[in-house]
Ligand binder design. Structure first.
Ligand SMILES: NC(=O)c1ccc[n+]([C@@H]2O[C@H](COP(=O)([O-])OP(=O)(O)OC[C@H]3O[C@@H](n4cnc5c(N)ncnc54)[C@H](OP(=O)(O)O)[C@@H]3O)[C@@H](O)[C@H]2O)c1
Length: 257
């Protein structure tokens, strides 16, 4: 039995991953944005051990989530699932003055990774949209270019792969991987999403807990339980290091060596 923390698990793929983990007799800690969503998560999955509460759009919120999770003891695996999509027509700013998509999808998983005691395995939700994103590491806050919601989302999912791979390089004792779940009909994916929802939560659960040798690797990218080639630029140690340095600068939180 593994202890697994799943962020953004009040609905969608995070909740589905929690349900599958419980089905497999693992101990699951859920996470929800606020008390109302936490109550909904508790009702949806009463077998979950605890629901950690906190809004990941602010650095203070992410720090609070990390603090609550840390109090629960060390996890075997953490699935960084919480995310927002590609439909923010305006570049919504958070209380820290950062674009909302970047804050939730990139800075929050970075802060949680840095502040929660390192587990055996880390899993980051990316997207097929990360391919060809060409991220602007010199403008993660979108002050030098015109806002484009699809590009901002694609860039954030590229940066999630960079985080996974940077951590894999820095922490050799942790298995750190990224994956794409397919385009599926969650709230984010929309009703007409073409891929199989029933497959979309399985890879993250497998990477978090399976003893299959194929799942016990690090610094890899997956889709449907198989390794897939990510965008080749994600292998750049220089890009990975620049992102970690930028996340440290913007959040004030250092990634331990
Ligand atoms: N669905 C797809 O087709 C697809 C494709 C590729 C990748 N992905 C990735 O898969 C992951 C899960 O997506 P999904 O489709 O399950 O999306 P979803 O149904 O919209 O669920 C997103 C989850 O993240 C939580 N969340 C969002 N903003 C938050 C915040 N500020 N603080 C705390 N929690 C927050 C949501 O909580 P609330 O309900 O309270 O907002 C919800 O639990 C995301 O990382 C996404 O990028 C999805």
């Amino acid at each position: 039995m593994a202890r697994v923390f799943v962020t953004g698990s009040s609905t969608g793929l995070g909740l589905m991953a929690g349900e599958l983990l419980v089905e497999q007799s693992h101990r699951v800690v859920l996470h929800a944005r606020n008390p109302t969503r936490a109550e909904e998560a508790r009702r949806a999955l009463p077998e979950a051990a605890v629901v950690v509460i906190g809004d990941l759009s602010s650095i203070a919120g992410a720090r609070s989530v990390a603090e609550q999770a840390s109090k629960l003891g060390r996890f075997d695996a953490i699935i960084h699932n919480a995310g927002v999509g590609y439909r923010e027509a305006q570049p919504t700013k958070t209380e820290n003055g950062l674009p909302h998509v970047f804050a939730v999808n990139v800075l929050a998983p970075y802060v949680l990774t840095a502040l929660i005691e390192r587990p055996d395995r880390l899993v980051y939700l990316s997207s097929g949209m990360h391919r060809g994103a060409n991220p602007r590491l010199d403008d993660l806050t979108w002050t030098k270019r015109a806002w484009n919601p699809a590009e901002a989302y694609a860039e954030s999912k590229f940066l999630d792969v960079l985080i996974a791979f940077a951590v894999a390089r820095r922490w050799p004792n942790v298995l750190s991987n990224a994956l794409e779940p397919g385009w599926v009909a969650t709230r984010m994916g929309g009703a007409s999403a073409p891929d199989d929802l029933n497959q979309a939560h399985r890879t993250q659960v497998w990477l978090a807990v399976s003893d299959d040798p194929e799942a016990r690797v690090t610094g890899k990218y997956f889709r449907y339980l198989r390794q897939r080639a990510p965008d080749p630029q994600t292998g750049s140690a220089e890009l990975q290091n620049r992102l970690i340095a930028e996340c440290q600068r913007l959040s004030g939180v250092a990634l331990p060596n």
